[in-house]
Write a protein of this length. Structure first.
Ligand code: ADP
Ligand code: MG
Length: 308
């Protein structure tokens, strides 16, 4: 430290420069991290090297101050400035903080869940702090089982869940929790509110966007169709949208989940009458064959958890 101190003083003195510059240098060279860094690398740093690096040392001291104060005007928010030696030149590197890494990881996880028209609170759903009771237990166990099996063997066919239960028992929440858990493990899920999606598909006819929208959904590695049967369906939505999605997923053995207020038998009846009132039981049967193949029916019971 003795040597470095002398060295630094010499640098300051050797500069017959104006007071402001001198003041800046003094501040920089008084910084403990700067002094320690120079001390640690004194074998490799000459006085000229230190002088040459002065702008970087100054940047370091300023950015460190901002970093410690949490000043948002810092060059790289979330990154901690550190001195590094780049041959004979001192440089500042910005190292991501643990907090930033945590936020980035969380963002990556969130990005793996593609939620289409889903309520916001579903994004916070998690299996790990899922409030369970007897009415939800079977569904929760099946959910964990699915996640375990899928993680172990994502390429083989894993049957999804068909969650049945009345309004507010937590079906959508459970889908969101499964999607989140899968995202933590690195898997991508598309979660869509089916009645809204059906409406958007109808709109898409007019601007020729049906194909790409349908493709994206049908190819999703894991698909969750929320609230199926909540609205009456047109024959086109049932056969050309839902039917096409399910056919593809069966062929490609892609996991598919559902939630509904109807059990499977009730949904079959619901699907056999179109929006226009036509009775088409065979069409409904074909859809149900695919749903039955893709998923396992599980009842969810409990009080309505929705407030108001
Ligand atoms: P459903 O889809 O069956 O109609 P929701 O999943 O929308 O019901 O749940 C209703 C409300 O209860 C939502 O606000 C949801 O966030 C909350 N909720 C449901 N299940 C749980 C749970 N296990 N833990 C905490 N909150 C829950
Ligand atoms: Mg719901």
């Amino acid at each position: 430290m003795e040597d470095v101190g002398k060295e630094l003083n010499r640098i300051i003195k050797s500069r017959g420069v104006d007071g402001r510059y001198r003041q800046m240098m003094e501040e920089v060279l008084a910084d403990k991290d700067v002094r320690d860094f120079i001390e640690d690398h004194k074998e490799k740093l000459s006085q000229a090297d230190i002088e040459k690096s002065f702008a970087k040392l100054y940047e370091f001291v300023q950015e460190k101050k901002k970093y410690l104060a949490g000043d948002p005007s810092m060059i790289a928010p979330g990154y901690e400035p550190q001195l590094s030696l780049n041959f004979h030149f001192i440089d500042v590197t910005y190292v991501p903080t643990d907090e930033l890494l945590r936020l980035k990881r969380e963002e990556e996880i969130r990005n793996r869940v593609n939620s289409l028209d889903m309520p916001k609170d579903i994004r916070k759903a998690s299996l790990r702090n899922f409030e369970s009771d007897s009415g939800r237990k079977e569904a929760l166990v099946a959910a964990f089982e699915f996640v375990d099996n899928y993680e172990e063997n994502p390429k083989s066919f894993n049957r999804g869940l068909y969650l049945v239960g009345s309004f507010g028992v937590g079906k959508t929440y459970l889908l969101g929790a499964v999607a989140h858990e899968l995202a933590v493990k690195g898997f991508e899920t598309t979660l869509l509110h089916f009645p809204t999606f059906a409406g958007e598909m109808k709109q898409a006819i007019s601007n020729d966007k049906v194909g790409p929208k349908l493709d994206e959904v049908k190819r999703s590695p894991i698909l969750m169709i929320d609230d199926i049967g909540a609205d009456s369906m047109s024959a086109w939505i049932r056969d050309e949208v839902l039917g096409v999605i399910l056919q593809h997923r069966m062929q490609e053995q892609l996991p598919t989940f559902f939630s509904s207020n109807f059990n499977m038998d009730q949904l079959e009846k619901h699907l056999s009458v179109t929006q226009r009132g036509d009775e088409e039981p065979l069409k409904a049967q074909r859809i149900m064959e695919r749903i039955r193949y893709l998923s396992k029916e599980i009842f969810v019971a409990g009080e309505n958890r929705r407030n108001g």
